[in-house]
Design a protein around this ligand. Sequence first.
Ligand SMILES: [Zn+2]
Length: 228
Amino acid sequence: MAELRFFFGTMGSGKSTQALQIRHNLAARGLNVILTTQLDRQVGKVSSRLGVEAEAEIVDSKLNLFELARTTFEASGLDAMVCDEAQFYEPSQIEQLAQVVDELHVDVYAFGLLTSFQGELFPGTARLLELADERNQVQVEARCWCGSRATHNARLVNGIQVYSGALKVVGDTADEEKEETVEVTYELMCRKHWHAGLRRRQGEQLELLDQQAGPAEVIDLPLNTPTS
Ligand SMILES: [Zn+2]
């Protein structure tokens, strides 16, 4: 009986390594496997921090995963799909993965993050949790700097934790207008320290608003005052 299995964990919890391991084990048994991934793996492969990598299909938002599976199924047979970075897939693409299981009777192993840097479920992840036959937490334990279990992914822009911005930003982003490089990094945190960063950031933004209100009045004054 084919199943849709979802494996979730934080960044650095070894999801890609496990995805590659499953693909390797199936391929070693002579089974035909499609490996897919998204965004930060633009080069068309899945690689793990341990140095293992494999060729992969890039999933853009328009790719129909059921059609991809069906075409391969009819041409050369298909035994399984291993889908990395599945949090970035469209909810409709997650439904296509369920269709692969139900109509082609092909096993699907999906790997992804649970929550974004904003601390909320990714849309693709939410759909996976709703549709999966099996949900597994990837067991490699990651730790916050304080030593507690890391459950949240914090996004840092130039070293400062942020809570707004595009859901998908990976690596350095060049801001051409300002001609400066914005360094985007991620850090694993426990819930407590992720929230502490959020409160600190909200405080700074309020301070910034106060500072902006001051000079703006000074600049506005001469414009409203007759000068001649
Ligand atoms: Zn902590």
